[in-house]
Design a protein around this ligand. Structure first.
Ligand code: GLP
Length: 222
């Protein structure tokens, strides 16, 4: 698979913002899957600057930690602070997985998602589908890998505060999207990105499932 190498983080953020802007202009009633993490921060900032019309857009987040949604490090707080509170989207159109995983799947099933934006973990996870996740997996409660807990410890004051469980869309759920964009930022992601996009398609590297999708764009900057 082609990995498009971009000049810097600004170009990465602008390139994906262009894709989202085009999607919203072509189809104001778009359904989007959105990621968290440090990688999409520039994208969200750029989308806010562009003052697009989000009034008919529905969003579905990839995953949430199992923790108080009002906690400063929850993914719900992250999305509100970085995007939802700064655009004209209806709060009721911003969906997050919760323990009623069946309901989340049903909401997603009706009409296919138009555009799914992903990051990638250093162990090849997408959303919180850790290595070993079934390619058929759907939204469910998961235990986080040691590696993921370590990687995400930078967002928490103490290692003991880091949640060890999450609710994530499954790999099957993500693959139902019509278009997928994967963003990766930093040299520490380059090796896993190459392995996932050009190595064996295996459940040991969850992101490798994207090789089986016919509309994926992969962008990288160091
Ligand atoms: C978390 C999220 C993933 C994200 C990953 C990478 O684990 N659940 O969806 O892709 O972090 O994060 P970052 O962009 O901070 O490297």
């Amino acid at each position: 698979m082609e990995i498009k190498v971009l000049k810097d983080y600004k170009e990465l953020s602008y390139t994906v913002a262009d894709i989202v802007e085009y999607q919203l202009q072509e189809q104001p009633l778009s359904r989007l899957i959105l990621p968290t993490g440090s990688t999409p921060l520039g994208l969200y900032k750029e989308l806010v600057n562009r003052e697009l019309d989000w009034s008919a857009v529905m969003t579905y987040n990839l995953d949430v930690y199992i923790m108080n949604p009002d906690h400063p490090q929850s993914y719900q707080t992250f999305m509100k602070e970085n995007l939802f509170n700064k655009i004209n989207i209806y709060p009721s159109n911003c969906q997050f997985p919760d323990r009623n995983v069946q309901l989340y799947e049903e909401r997603l099933k009706g009409i296919p998602v138009d555009l799914c934006i992903l990051g990638i973990g250093t162990n090849g996870h997408i959303a919180f589908n850790e290595p070993g996740s079934s390619f058929d997996s759907r939204t469910r409660v998961v235990h986080l890998d040691e590696q993921t807990i370590q990687d995400n410890s930078r967002f928490f004051d103490s290692v003991d505060d880091i949640p060890t469980q999450a609710i994530t869309m499954g790999l099957g759920t993500i693959m139902d999207s019509k278009k997928i964009v994967l963003m990766a930022n930093g040299e520490h992601k380059l090796n896993i990105l190459n392995v996932a996009m050009n190595g064996e398609v295996t459940e040991d590297i969850p992101a490798s499932i994207l090789q089986n999708h016919d509309n994926v764009k992969v962008f990288y900057c160091d």
